[in-house]
Write a protein that binds this ligand. Sequence first.
Ligand code: SAH
Ligand code: SF4
Length: 424
Amino acid sequence: MTTTVETASASAPFVEKTPLERYVAPEKPSLIGLSRAELVDALGEVGVPEGQRKMRVQQLWHWIYFRGLTSFDTMTSMSKDLRSALEQRFTLARPEVVAEQLSVDGTRKWLLRLPGETQGERPHEVECVYIPDTARGTLCVSSQVGCTLTCTFCHTGTQRLVRNLTAGEIAGQVMVAKDRLGDWPGAIRATDGVMPQKSSKERISGKPDMRTDRCITNIVMMGMGEPLYNLDAVRDALLIVADGEGLGISKRRITLSTSGVVPNIERAGSEIGCLLAVSLHAVRDELRNELVPLNRKYPIAELLEACRNYPGASNAKRITFEYVMLKDVNDSIEDAKALVRLLKGIPAKINLIPFNPWPGTKYECSDWEQIEKFSQVVFDAGYASPVRTPRGRDILAACGQLKSATEKLSARERMALRAMAMTD
Ligand code: SAH
Ligand code: SF4
């Protein structure tokens, strides 16, 4: 896996973090996250003859990614000997769920524990949030524990430890959510028995599901971390998530959010083919240098040029520009006007995200009136400018039950909020 970590220098002191932690694989590795080619090798390891491997991979793929099995013993299309050979050497383990919360509006959050490099150290934790809506169910997924970047309004940026998630841990978040929601074909739904006459999504959202009986229809890479600094693993995971013979979530329903890692933007389009969201947050380099220090390396003009050239961008596949509303920092009417001027000619959507404060932050969320005024300018320029009705308020308020540290509580609130911003 290639990893790009920016190093601090006098001219561009935008990253202060210690080197990335290594991932230390468990003795019995999980097959979750392996591509078809890697599964061929895994089958070779347990002695499957070469001529049979391709066919066996097809079977495994179906059981793992379409049916969502968590053990080998129910893979009835394979011989008992093969099942037990796989069992001895591998697992189908997903990230460990340490807590789950359910909101009255159907929003669900899972706190996931991941192994760290050093035995006995505090475990790494990331969160995954599911937000059901009328015609979709959006899952917000993390790409790293922590983040090497240091955006000043973002709590993740203050976290010391950083580790890239593996492809298995990224795809595993989707698998865990599907397990918990009962979102596999033939599975008993999490909400069965609650409103039995309705489809799974209707039961969870309370509203009719017009499009599909699947709970998870959309993925947003908007959890912890900068996905374009873990691009290989994110790509491998998203290609699994989008695979039509497995999880089958269309690339048009997968959005990757970046703070602006310009050299990797093209790769996201050509190697993954998902939708792109860009954390813009400011219309002038001077301010963006402060809010998103990576801007010192890749300034606004270069970022927008990369957006203009994003493979596949069109009016049907618009780029989302995220804009966090910070009181008296970036929320003036002039900023709003400059924003629409700046994005002229780019097939764009604009998502205004209310800032979610955390203990110790110097920023405040813009007043609601100001957000509305800002949003009106954006709307008048021809953009639907959704500011989402907050969801999952009841469980956000009760976050402390998941983790005791208050700053972590805020990190989760923030993540749920930004995921909400994507559910238009
Ligand atoms: N690292 C990537 C993806 C994760 S952050 C990125 O920066 O795009 C997802 C979104 O949440 C980004 O737009 C980020 O700027 C925003 N965000 C971070 N902290 C926030 C906070 N406290 N309140 C509101 N949005 C926040
Ligand atoms: Fe990292 Fe994104 Fe937070 Fe910036 S906003 S510190 S890139 S997670």
